[in-house]
Design a protein around this ligand. Structure first.
Ligand code: SF4
Length: 62
């Protein structure tokens, strides 16, 4: 199916990590960003299930 703004959604993307929530997850497309301090872990961008971006890639069934 070709990419369109109608069918793209983080919830259907291979890089979406639900992280236990149906509505809010982590985007794993890039490495974590901007550590608040040297002692804390990096930050994964939080995205809504209904959001999308230009890197959308449909998740395949396991
Ligand atoms: S932000 Fe883009 S790459 Fe990340 S989960 Fe959503 S559509 Fe996929």
């Amino acid at each position: 199916m070709p990419f369109t703004t109608e069918n793209a959604a983080c919830a259907k993307c291979t890089f979406f990590d639900t992280n236990g929530s149906a509505d809010l997850g982590l985007c794993r497309y890039n490495p974590p960003i901007s550590q608040p301090s040297g002692d804390t872990a990096g930050v994964w961008p939080k995205v809504e299930a209904s959001d999308w971006c230009g890197h959308f890639e449909p998740a395949t069934a396991a």
